[in-house]
Ligand binder design. Structure first.
Ligand code: NAP
Length: 507
Protein backbone atom coordinates (compact mmCIF):
# COMPACT_ATOMS: atom_id res chain seq x y z
CA UNK A 1 0.00 0.00 0.00
CA UNK A 2 1.14 3.51 -0.67
CA UNK A 3 0.28 5.70 2.29
CA UNK A 4 0.25 9.50 2.47
CA UNK A 5 0.69 10.89 5.98
CA UNK A 6 -0.23 14.50 6.71
CA UNK A 7 1.81 15.87 9.60
CA UNK A 8 5.23 14.93 11.01
CA UNK A 9 4.47 15.37 14.68
CA UNK A 10 4.74 12.52 17.13
CA UNK A 11 1.74 10.77 15.52
CA UNK A 12 3.18 11.06 12.02
CA UNK A 13 6.60 9.82 13.13
CA UNK A 14 5.07 6.95 15.10
CA UNK A 15 2.98 5.78 12.16
CA UNK A 16 5.89 6.23 9.75
CA UNK A 17 8.12 4.01 11.91
CA UNK A 18 5.48 1.30 12.10
CA UNK A 19 4.80 1.44 8.36
CA UNK A 20 8.52 1.23 7.66
CA UNK A 21 8.78 -1.86 9.81
CA UNK A 22 5.78 -3.40 8.04
CA UNK A 23 7.29 -2.70 4.63
CA UNK A 24 4.77 -0.20 3.29
CA UNK A 25 5.56 2.69 1.02
CA UNK A 26 4.76 6.07 2.55
CA UNK A 27 5.45 9.79 2.40
CA UNK A 28 5.04 12.22 5.29
CA UNK A 29 4.07 15.78 4.38
CA UNK A 30 4.85 18.47 6.91
CA UNK A 31 4.11 22.19 6.61
CA UNK A 32 6.86 23.16 9.07
CA UNK A 33 10.56 23.08 8.19
CA UNK A 34 11.20 20.08 10.44
CA UNK A 35 9.50 17.25 12.33
CA UNK A 36 7.93 17.42 15.76
CA UNK A 37 4.58 19.14 15.10
CA UNK A 38 3.63 21.02 18.27
CA UNK A 39 7.12 20.42 19.62
CA UNK A 40 8.58 22.05 16.56
CA UNK A 41 6.20 25.01 16.72
CA UNK A 42 6.17 25.63 20.49
CA UNK A 43 9.57 26.92 21.50
CA UNK A 44 8.44 29.30 24.24
CA UNK A 45 10.65 29.57 27.35
CA UNK A 46 9.83 26.89 29.90
CA UNK A 47 8.24 24.58 27.32
CA UNK A 48 8.40 21.00 28.50
CA UNK A 49 6.23 17.90 28.62
CA UNK A 50 3.91 17.45 31.54
CA UNK A 51 3.56 13.70 31.36
CA UNK A 52 6.77 11.97 32.53
CA UNK A 53 8.94 11.44 29.47
CA UNK A 54 9.08 7.66 29.69
CA UNK A 55 5.35 7.59 29.04
CA UNK A 56 5.42 10.54 26.65
CA UNK A 57 7.47 8.58 24.16
CA UNK A 58 7.28 5.60 21.80
CA UNK A 59 7.34 2.25 23.56
CA UNK A 60 9.40 0.78 20.71
CA UNK A 61 12.27 3.30 20.72
CA UNK A 62 14.95 3.30 23.37
CA UNK A 63 15.58 6.80 24.67
CA UNK A 64 17.66 8.16 27.49
CA UNK A 65 16.06 11.19 29.15
CA UNK A 66 17.96 13.73 31.21
CA UNK A 67 14.89 14.80 33.21
CA UNK A 68 11.66 13.33 34.47
CA UNK A 69 9.83 15.86 32.26
CA UNK A 70 11.93 16.52 29.16
CA UNK A 71 12.19 20.05 27.82
CA UNK A 72 11.15 20.96 24.28
CA UNK A 73 14.72 20.89 22.90
CA UNK A 74 15.41 17.40 24.28
CA UNK A 75 12.13 16.04 22.95
CA UNK A 76 12.70 17.66 19.57
CA UNK A 77 16.16 16.06 19.38
CA UNK A 78 14.64 12.69 20.34
CA UNK A 79 12.05 12.96 17.55
CA UNK A 80 14.75 13.74 15.00
CA UNK A 81 16.82 10.87 16.43
CA UNK A 82 13.90 8.46 15.98
CA UNK A 83 13.60 9.39 12.30
CA UNK A 84 17.32 8.74 11.88
CA UNK A 85 17.08 5.49 13.84
CA UNK A 86 14.46 4.12 11.47
CA UNK A 87 16.40 5.43 8.48
CA UNK A 88 13.36 7.14 7.08
CA UNK A 89 14.51 10.77 6.62
CA UNK A 90 14.01 10.36 2.88
CA UNK A 91 10.28 9.70 3.43
CA UNK A 92 9.70 13.10 5.05
CA UNK A 93 8.93 16.19 3.00
CA UNK A 94 9.18 19.42 4.97
CA UNK A 95 7.83 22.85 4.03
CA UNK A 96 5.08 20.96 2.22
CA UNK A 97 1.66 22.21 3.19
CA UNK A 98 -1.16 19.85 2.23
CA UNK A 99 -4.13 21.89 1.02
CA UNK A 100 -6.51 19.28 -0.27
CA UNK A 101 -6.92 15.52 -0.30
CA UNK A 102 -9.35 14.37 -2.96
CA UNK A 103 -10.81 10.96 -3.72
CA UNK A 104 -9.79 9.58 -7.11
CA UNK A 105 -13.04 8.55 -8.70
CA UNK A 106 -11.34 6.45 -11.41
CA UNK A 107 -9.27 4.05 -9.35
CA UNK A 108 -9.88 4.83 -5.70
CA UNK A 109 -7.34 6.18 -3.26
CA UNK A 110 -6.61 9.86 -2.87
CA UNK A 111 -4.73 12.63 -4.61
CA UNK A 112 -2.80 14.76 -2.13
CA UNK A 113 -2.53 18.34 -3.36
CA UNK A 114 0.17 20.58 -1.94
CA UNK A 115 0.23 24.35 -1.60
CA UNK A 116 3.11 24.49 -4.09
CA UNK A 117 0.89 22.96 -6.79
CA UNK A 118 2.35 19.46 -6.65
CA UNK A 119 0.08 16.41 -6.56
CA UNK A 120 0.78 12.87 -5.48
CA UNK A 121 -1.42 9.80 -5.45
CA UNK A 122 -1.90 7.42 -2.55
CA UNK A 123 -3.97 4.33 -1.75
CA UNK A 124 -4.55 5.44 1.83
CA UNK A 125 -4.22 8.81 3.57
CA UNK A 126 -3.72 9.28 7.31
CA UNK A 127 -4.20 12.63 8.99
CA UNK A 128 -1.71 13.13 11.81
CA UNK A 129 -2.25 16.87 12.27
CA UNK A 130 -3.46 16.60 15.87
CA UNK A 131 -5.67 19.20 17.51
CA UNK A 132 -3.32 21.67 19.20
CA UNK A 133 -1.70 23.34 16.23
CA UNK A 134 -3.81 26.27 15.05
CA UNK A 135 -3.59 29.13 17.59
CA UNK A 136 -6.78 30.57 18.99
CA UNK A 137 -6.31 34.29 18.36
CA UNK A 138 -8.57 36.75 20.19
CA UNK A 139 -10.57 39.42 18.39
CA UNK A 140 -10.24 42.17 21.00
CA UNK A 141 -11.04 45.67 19.92
CA UNK A 142 -7.84 47.58 19.21
CA UNK A 143 -5.56 44.52 19.02
CA UNK A 144 -4.30 45.59 15.61
CA UNK A 145 -3.48 49.04 16.94
CA UNK A 146 -0.98 47.75 19.51
CA UNK A 147 2.36 49.34 18.63
CA UNK A 148 4.74 46.94 20.37
CA UNK A 149 5.59 43.34 19.53
CA UNK A 150 2.66 40.96 19.88
CA UNK A 151 2.87 37.20 19.39
CA UNK A 152 1.27 33.90 20.40
CA UNK A 153 3.22 31.47 22.59
CA UNK A 154 3.01 28.85 19.83
CA UNK A 155 4.84 31.26 17.50
CA UNK A 156 7.34 32.66 20.02
CA UNK A 157 9.31 35.58 18.62
CA UNK A 158 12.85 34.85 19.77
CA UNK A 159 14.06 38.13 18.26
CA UNK A 160 12.34 40.03 21.05
CA UNK A 161 14.49 40.77 24.05
CA UNK A 162 12.08 40.92 27.00
CA UNK A 163 14.67 42.15 29.48
CA UNK A 164 13.57 45.36 31.14
CA UNK A 165 10.20 45.35 29.35
CA UNK A 166 6.66 45.61 30.70
CA UNK A 167 4.94 42.51 29.38
CA UNK A 168 1.22 41.79 29.16
CA UNK A 169 0.69 38.03 29.20
CA UNK A 170 -2.79 36.66 28.51
CA UNK A 171 -3.78 33.10 29.42
CA UNK A 172 -3.10 30.82 32.34
CA UNK A 173 -3.59 27.36 30.81
CA UNK A 174 -0.90 24.66 30.62
CA UNK A 175 1.18 26.82 28.27
CA UNK A 176 0.79 30.11 30.14
CA UNK A 177 1.68 28.43 33.42
CA UNK A 178 4.98 27.29 31.91
CA UNK A 179 5.92 30.38 29.90
CA UNK A 180 4.95 33.15 32.35
CA UNK A 181 7.14 31.89 35.24
CA UNK A 182 10.03 31.31 32.80
CA UNK A 183 10.10 34.94 31.62
CA UNK A 184 9.21 36.55 34.98
CA UNK A 185 12.82 36.87 36.24
CA UNK A 186 13.87 38.76 33.08
CA UNK A 187 11.11 41.28 32.53
CA UNK A 188 10.65 44.60 34.30
CA UNK A 189 7.03 43.83 35.06
CA UNK A 190 4.73 41.00 34.07
CA UNK A 191 0.95 41.46 34.04
CA UNK A 192 -0.66 38.03 33.83
CA UNK A 193 -4.28 38.25 32.64
CA UNK A 194 -6.36 35.38 33.94
CA UNK A 195 -9.91 35.17 32.57
CA UNK A 196 -10.86 32.12 34.61
CA UNK A 197 -8.44 30.28 36.91
CA UNK A 198 -7.56 26.65 36.34
CA UNK A 199 -7.06 23.94 38.93
CA UNK A 200 -3.32 23.50 39.40
CA UNK A 201 -1.40 20.50 40.74
CA UNK A 202 2.32 20.65 41.57
CA UNK A 203 4.67 18.96 39.12
CA UNK A 204 7.53 17.10 40.77
CA UNK A 205 10.00 17.54 37.92
CA UNK A 206 13.72 16.98 38.40
CA UNK A 207 16.89 16.19 36.52
CA UNK A 208 17.77 12.50 36.72
CA UNK A 209 20.84 11.80 38.79
CA UNK A 210 23.70 9.83 37.24
CA UNK A 211 22.55 6.76 39.21
CA UNK A 212 18.97 7.11 38.05
CA UNK A 213 20.08 7.46 34.45
CA UNK A 214 22.38 4.47 34.69
CA UNK A 215 19.51 2.40 36.06
CA UNK A 216 17.08 3.56 33.42
CA UNK A 217 19.54 3.08 30.59
CA UNK A 218 20.44 -0.44 31.58
CA UNK A 219 17.92 -1.92 29.20
CA UNK A 220 14.92 -1.26 27.06
CA UNK A 221 12.98 -3.35 29.54
CA UNK A 222 13.89 -0.95 32.32
CA UNK A 223 12.63 1.91 30.16
CA UNK A 224 9.49 -0.01 29.37
CA UNK A 225 8.87 -0.79 33.02
CA UNK A 226 9.18 2.93 33.78
CA UNK A 227 6.75 3.64 30.98
CA UNK A 228 4.15 1.14 32.15
CA UNK A 229 4.48 2.45 35.68
CA UNK A 230 3.88 6.06 34.59
CA UNK A 231 1.21 4.97 32.15
CA UNK A 232 -0.63 3.19 34.93
CA UNK A 233 -0.23 6.19 37.22
CA UNK A 234 -1.38 8.79 34.66
CA UNK A 235 -4.23 6.53 33.75
CA UNK A 236 -5.37 6.50 37.37
CA UNK A 237 -5.83 10.26 37.02
CA UNK A 238 -8.85 9.78 34.81
CA UNK A 239 -10.69 8.49 37.89
CA UNK A 240 -10.16 11.85 39.53
CA UNK A 241 -12.11 13.50 36.71
CA UNK A 242 -15.24 11.65 37.77
CA UNK A 243 -17.15 14.29 39.61
CA UNK A 244 -18.41 13.05 42.94
CA UNK A 245 -15.78 10.31 43.17
CA UNK A 246 -13.41 9.93 46.11
CA UNK A 247 -10.45 10.53 43.78
CA UNK A 248 -12.03 13.78 42.56
CA UNK A 249 -12.60 15.02 46.11
CA UNK A 250 -9.01 14.12 46.99
CA UNK A 251 -7.60 15.96 43.95
CA UNK A 252 -9.78 18.98 44.76
CA UNK A 253 -8.53 19.03 48.36
CA UNK A 254 -4.89 18.67 47.27
CA UNK A 255 -5.17 21.61 44.84
CA UNK A 256 -6.76 23.81 47.52
CA UNK A 257 -3.94 22.92 49.93
CA UNK A 258 -1.42 23.70 47.24
CA UNK A 259 -2.92 27.19 46.76
CA UNK A 260 -2.67 27.79 50.51
CA UNK A 261 0.93 26.64 50.73
CA UNK A 262 2.33 28.21 47.57
CA UNK A 263 0.82 31.71 47.44
CA UNK A 264 1.48 34.31 50.10
CA UNK A 265 -1.10 37.02 49.25
CA UNK A 266 -4.66 36.09 50.35
CA UNK A 267 -6.16 38.18 47.52
CA UNK A 268 -4.14 36.30 44.94
CA UNK A 269 -5.07 33.01 46.64
CA UNK A 270 -8.75 33.90 46.26
CA UNK A 271 -8.24 35.01 42.66
CA UNK A 272 -6.64 31.71 41.57
CA UNK A 273 -9.22 29.51 43.30
CA UNK A 274 -11.70 28.20 40.74
CA UNK A 275 -15.39 28.08 41.56
CA UNK A 276 -16.15 25.07 39.35
CA UNK A 277 -15.54 21.35 39.68
CA UNK A 278 -12.01 19.94 39.69
CA UNK A 279 -11.43 18.31 36.29
CA UNK A 280 -13.60 20.71 34.29
CA UNK A 281 -10.63 22.19 32.45
CA UNK A 282 -7.48 20.25 31.72
CA UNK A 283 -5.55 20.36 35.02
CA UNK A 284 -2.46 22.57 34.94
CA UNK A 285 0.65 20.80 36.19
CA UNK A 286 3.18 23.31 37.44
CA UNK A 287 5.34 23.92 40.47
CA UNK A 288 6.50 27.27 39.07
CA UNK A 289 3.30 29.14 38.31
CA UNK A 290 2.02 29.87 41.84
CA UNK A 291 5.48 30.81 43.23
CA UNK A 292 5.93 33.23 40.31
CA UNK A 293 2.82 35.10 41.49
CA UNK A 294 4.67 35.91 44.74
CA UNK A 295 7.27 37.95 42.85
CA UNK A 296 7.28 41.74 43.24
CA UNK A 297 7.48 42.24 39.48
CA UNK A 298 4.46 40.03 38.72
CA UNK A 299 0.83 41.18 38.94
CA UNK A 300 -2.00 38.73 38.46
CA UNK A 301 -4.93 40.51 36.81
CA UNK A 302 -7.90 38.20 37.42
CA UNK A 303 -9.97 39.77 34.66
CA UNK A 304 -10.68 39.19 31.00
CA UNK A 305 -9.29 41.61 28.43
CA UNK A 306 -11.82 44.20 27.24
CA UNK A 307 -9.69 45.96 24.64
CA UNK A 308 -6.15 46.81 23.62
CA UNK A 309 -4.77 50.32 23.17
CA UNK A 310 -1.63 51.27 21.20
CA UNK A 311 0.45 50.87 24.38
CA UNK A 312 -1.65 48.99 26.90
CA UNK A 313 -4.36 46.50 27.80
CA UNK A 314 -7.69 47.43 29.33
CA UNK A 315 -9.38 44.85 31.53
CA UNK A 316 -13.14 44.40 31.95
CA UNK A 317 -13.09 46.81 34.93
CA UNK A 318 -11.79 49.53 32.61
CA UNK A 319 -8.30 49.65 34.13
CA UNK A 320 -5.50 50.14 31.61
CA UNK A 321 -2.02 48.75 32.17
CA UNK A 322 0.77 50.14 30.03
CA UNK A 323 2.88 47.48 28.37
CA UNK A 324 5.70 47.21 25.83
CA UNK A 325 5.10 43.63 24.65
CA UNK A 326 1.88 41.60 24.40
CA UNK A 327 2.08 37.82 24.60
CA UNK A 328 -0.97 35.71 23.84
CA UNK A 329 -1.16 32.31 25.45
CA UNK A 330 -4.75 31.87 24.43
CA UNK A 331 -4.70 28.23 23.39
CA UNK A 332 -5.67 26.46 20.18
CA UNK A 333 -8.66 25.73 17.97
CA UNK A 334 -8.75 22.23 19.35
CA UNK A 335 -12.32 21.26 18.42
CA UNK A 336 -11.80 22.31 14.79
CA UNK A 337 -10.30 19.02 13.60
CA UNK A 338 -8.32 18.85 10.35
CA UNK A 339 -8.90 22.58 9.90
CA UNK A 340 -5.76 23.16 7.86
CA UNK A 341 -6.78 21.10 4.83
CA UNK A 342 -9.82 19.86 2.98
CA UNK A 343 -10.61 16.18 2.46
CA UNK A 344 -13.07 15.38 -0.31
CA UNK A 345 -14.59 11.90 -0.37
CA UNK A 346 -16.17 9.80 -3.14
CA UNK A 347 -19.49 11.65 -2.84
CA UNK A 348 -17.79 14.97 -3.63
CA UNK A 349 -18.58 16.25 -0.14
CA UNK A 350 -15.79 17.48 2.07
CA UNK A 351 -15.14 16.11 5.54
CA UNK A 352 -16.02 19.49 7.04
CA UNK A 353 -19.34 19.52 5.18
CA UNK A 354 -19.96 16.00 6.42
CA UNK A 355 -19.19 16.99 10.01
CA UNK A 356 -21.08 20.29 9.87
CA UNK A 357 -19.20 21.64 12.89
CA UNK A 358 -19.65 18.42 14.85
CA UNK A 359 -16.54 16.30 14.28
CA UNK A 360 -16.94 12.61 15.08
CA UNK A 361 -15.07 9.47 14.09
CA UNK A 362 -15.18 5.88 15.29
CA UNK A 363 -12.31 5.47 17.79
CA UNK A 364 -11.49 8.99 16.60
CA UNK A 365 -10.13 7.31 13.47
CA UNK A 366 -12.66 6.59 10.71
CA UNK A 367 -15.59 8.47 9.22
CA UNK A 368 -18.26 6.83 7.03
CA UNK A 369 -18.19 7.82 3.36
CA UNK A 370 -14.46 8.52 3.58
CA UNK A 371 -12.89 5.18 2.66
CA UNK A 372 -9.14 4.71 3.05
CA UNK A 373 -8.88 7.78 5.28
CA UNK A 374 -7.64 7.37 8.84
CA UNK A 375 -7.20 10.01 11.53
CA UNK A 376 -4.71 9.74 14.37
CA UNK A 377 -5.47 11.77 17.54
CA UNK A 378 -8.90 12.52 16.08
CA UNK A 379 -12.18 13.44 17.78
CA UNK A 380 -12.80 12.16 21.34
CA UNK A 381 -9.41 10.56 21.87
CA UNK A 382 -7.87 13.09 24.21
CA UNK A 383 -7.53 12.70 27.94
CA UNK A 384 -7.09 8.98 28.54
CA UNK A 385 -3.58 8.62 29.97
CA UNK A 386 -0.56 9.68 27.90
CA UNK A 387 -1.68 10.67 24.41
CA UNK A 388 1.43 8.96 23.05
CA UNK A 389 0.08 5.59 24.16
CA UNK A 390 -3.21 6.26 22.37
CA UNK A 391 -1.37 7.37 19.25
CA UNK A 392 0.57 4.10 19.22
CA UNK A 393 -2.66 2.11 19.52
CA UNK A 394 -4.14 4.05 16.63
CA UNK A 395 -1.02 3.56 14.48
CA UNK A 396 -1.29 -0.17 15.21
CA UNK A 397 -4.90 -0.16 14.02
CA UNK A 398 -3.84 1.43 10.72
CA UNK A 399 -1.01 -1.04 10.22
CA UNK A 400 -3.22 -4.04 11.07
CA UNK A 401 -5.90 -2.88 8.60
CA UNK A 402 -3.27 -2.40 5.88
CA UNK A 403 -1.87 -5.85 6.64
CA UNK A 404 -5.33 -7.30 6.22
CA UNK A 405 -5.77 -5.50 2.92
CA UNK A 406 -2.41 -6.77 1.75
CA UNK A 407 -3.18 -10.34 2.82
CA UNK A 408 -6.62 -10.42 1.20
CA UNK A 409 -5.85 -8.33 -1.86
CA UNK A 410 -8.60 -5.93 -0.90
CA UNK A 411 -8.02 -2.28 -1.56
CA UNK A 412 -10.76 -0.50 0.33
CA UNK A 413 -11.18 -0.01 4.05
CA UNK A 414 -14.23 1.85 5.22
CA UNK A 415 -16.82 2.12 7.90
CA UNK A 416 -20.58 2.62 8.04
CA UNK A 417 -22.89 5.23 9.48
CA UNK A 418 -24.56 2.76 11.86
CA UNK A 419 -21.22 2.12 13.55
CA UNK A 420 -20.57 5.84 13.91
CA UNK A 421 -24.05 6.34 15.37
CA UNK A 422 -23.33 3.64 17.93
CA UNK A 423 -19.91 5.10 18.75
CA UNK A 424 -21.33 8.60 19.22
CA UNK A 425 -24.05 7.24 21.50
CA UNK A 426 -21.42 5.40 23.54
CA UNK A 427 -19.08 8.41 23.87
CA UNK A 428 -21.82 11.00 24.36
CA UNK A 429 -23.67 8.97 26.95
CA UNK A 430 -20.54 8.61 29.06
CA UNK A 431 -19.39 12.15 28.46
CA UNK A 432 -22.81 13.34 29.57
CA UNK A 433 -23.07 11.19 32.66
CA UNK A 434 -19.56 11.41 34.07
CA UNK A 435 -17.18 14.32 33.99
CA UNK A 436 -18.85 15.70 30.87
CA UNK A 437 -21.65 17.37 32.78
CA UNK A 438 -19.16 19.21 34.95
CA UNK A 439 -17.01 20.05 31.91
CA UNK A 440 -19.80 22.34 30.78
CA UNK A 441 -19.32 24.43 33.93
CA UNK A 442 -16.18 26.30 32.85
CA UNK A 443 -14.29 27.58 29.82
CA UNK A 444 -12.41 24.83 28.02
CA UNK A 445 -11.61 23.79 24.48
CA UNK A 446 -13.59 20.54 24.49
CA UNK A 447 -16.83 21.61 22.85
CA UNK A 448 -17.71 22.03 19.17
CA UNK A 449 -20.24 24.61 17.91
CA UNK A 450 -22.76 21.73 18.03
CA UNK A 451 -22.47 21.75 21.83
CA UNK A 452 -20.99 18.24 21.91
CA UNK A 453 -17.78 17.46 23.72
CA UNK A 454 -15.72 16.40 20.70
CA UNK A 455 -12.21 16.21 22.13
CA UNK A 456 -12.33 14.08 25.28
CA UNK A 457 -12.45 10.31 25.59
CA UNK A 458 -14.59 9.56 28.64
CA UNK A 459 -12.80 6.43 29.89
CA UNK A 460 -9.40 5.03 30.70
CA UNK A 461 -6.49 4.33 28.40
CA UNK A 462 -6.81 0.58 29.03
CA UNK A 463 -10.44 0.62 28.03
CA UNK A 464 -9.56 2.49 24.83
CA UNK A 465 -6.81 -0.06 24.20
CA UNK A 466 -9.33 -2.93 24.37
CA UNK A 467 -11.65 -1.08 22.02
CA UNK A 468 -8.86 -0.61 19.46
CA UNK A 469 -8.46 -4.39 19.44
CA UNK A 470 -12.15 -5.16 18.95
CA UNK A 471 -13.88 -2.26 17.18
CA UNK A 472 -11.81 -2.18 13.95
CA UNK A 473 -12.52 -5.88 13.34
CA UNK A 474 -16.22 -5.14 13.34
CA UNK A 475 -16.44 -1.60 12.06
CA UNK A 476 -13.43 -0.98 9.79
CA UNK A 477 -14.31 -3.27 6.93
CA UNK A 478 -12.00 -4.11 4.10
CA UNK A 479 -13.33 -5.01 0.71
CA UNK A 480 -12.39 -5.22 -2.91
CA UNK A 481 -13.23 -2.32 -5.11
CA UNK A 482 -16.81 -3.28 -5.66
CA UNK A 483 -19.11 -5.18 -3.39
CA UNK A 484 -20.41 -8.44 -4.90
CA UNK A 485 -23.84 -6.95 -5.48
CA UNK A 486 -22.39 -3.93 -7.28
CA UNK A 487 -19.86 -6.01 -9.16
CA UNK A 488 -22.57 -8.06 -10.88
CA UNK A 489 -24.03 -4.97 -12.40
CA UNK A 490 -20.80 -3.17 -12.97
CA UNK A 491 -19.05 -5.03 -15.72
CA UNK A 492 -19.07 -1.89 -17.79
CA UNK A 493 -17.42 0.04 -15.01
CA UNK A 494 -14.79 -2.65 -14.54
CA UNK A 495 -13.53 -2.50 -18.08
CA UNK A 496 -12.01 1.00 -18.01
CA UNK A 497 -10.42 0.14 -14.67
CA UNK A 498 -8.76 -2.91 -16.22
CA UNK A 499 -7.53 -0.74 -19.07
CA UNK A 500 -5.93 1.59 -16.60
CA UNK A 501 -4.16 -1.35 -15.03
CA UNK A 502 -5.87 -0.86 -11.68
CA UNK A 503 -7.85 -3.45 -9.81
CA UNK A 504 -9.92 -1.03 -7.84
CA UNK A 505 -12.85 1.15 -8.67
CA UNK A 506 -15.21 2.87 -6.34
CA UNK A 507 -18.84 2.56 -7.32
P1 NAP B 1 -5.66 26.50 26.98
O1 NAP B 1 -5.58 25.44 27.97
O2 NAP B 1 -6.82 26.52 26.05
O3 NAP B 1 -5.57 27.88 27.76
C1 NAP B 1 -5.80 29.08 27.10
C2 NAP B 1 -5.77 30.21 28.11
O4 NAP B 1 -6.03 31.42 27.42
C3 NAP B 1 -6.86 30.07 29.17
O5 NAP B 1 -6.38 30.59 30.38
C4 NAP B 1 -7.97 30.94 28.60
O6 NAP B 1 -8.86 31.43 29.55
C5 NAP B 1 -7.18 32.05 27.99
N1 NAP B 1 -7.90 32.71 26.91
C6 NAP B 1 -8.29 32.18 25.73
N2 NAP B 1 -8.92 33.10 25.00
C7 NAP B 1 -8.94 34.23 25.75
C8 NAP B 1 -9.47 35.51 25.56
N3 NAP B 1 -10.09 35.85 24.43
N4 NAP B 1 -9.32 36.43 26.53
C9 NAP B 1 -8.68 36.12 27.69
N5 NAP B 1 -8.16 34.90 27.93
C10 NAP B 1 -8.30 33.98 26.97
O7 NAP B 1 -4.36 26.54 26.03
P2 NAP B 1 -2.88 26.09 26.40
O8 NAP B 1 -2.47 26.61 27.70
O9 NAP B 1 -2.05 26.45 25.22
O10 NAP B 1 -2.96 24.53 26.53
C11 NAP B 1 -3.65 23.79 25.52
C12 NAP B 1 -3.33 22.33 25.68
O11 NAP B 1 -2.02 22.11 25.20
C13 NAP B 1 -3.30 21.82 27.09
O12 NAP B 1 -4.56 21.48 27.58
C14 NAP B 1 -2.43 20.62 26.95
O13 NAP B 1 -3.18 19.54 26.47
C15 NAP B 1 -1.45 21.06 25.90
N6 NAP B 1 -0.20 21.50 26.50
C16 NAP B 1 0.63 20.55 26.94
C17 NAP B 1 1.81 20.92 27.49
C18 NAP B 1 2.74 19.87 27.94
O14 NAP B 1 2.57 18.70 27.83
N7 NAP B 1 3.79 20.29 28.46
C19 NAP B 1 2.16 22.24 27.62
C20 NAP B 1 1.30 23.19 27.16
C21 NAP B 1 0.12 22.81 26.59
P3 NAP B 1 -10.16 30.58 29.95
O15 NAP B 1 -9.68 29.51 30.86
O16 NAP B 1 -11.05 31.56 30.58
O17 NAP B 1 -10.70 30.03 28.67
Amino acid sequence: MKVGIVGAGLAGVCLAAKLKRAGHEFTVFEKYAGPGGVWWANTYPGCEVDVPSHAYWFSFVEQSWSRLYAGQAELQAAIEGAIEHFQMSDRFRFNCRVERVEWRADVGGYTVMLANGEREEFDVVVSCVGMLDVPNLPDWEGLDSFKGPCFHTARWDHDQDLRGKRVGFVGTGSTGSQAAPAIAPDVEHLYIFQREPGWVAPKPGHDFTAEERALLERSLWRNRWERYKVQWWTNQLYKSFRIGSKANAEAHRASLEYIESAISDPEVRAAVTPDYAWGCKRTVLSSDFYPSLNRDNVTLVPKAVARVTPDGIVDTDGTERKIDVLILSTGFQAANYLSTFEVVGPSGRSLHEEWGGDPAAILGMMVPRFPNLFILYGPNTNGAGSILANIELQADVVVRRLERMRATGRSIVETEQRFLDLWKRFVDHRNNTQQGVAQKGCNNYYFAPSGRNVTQYPGSHYEYWLLTLVVPRIAFRTRSKLSRRRRRGAAVLRRPAARLGHERQMP
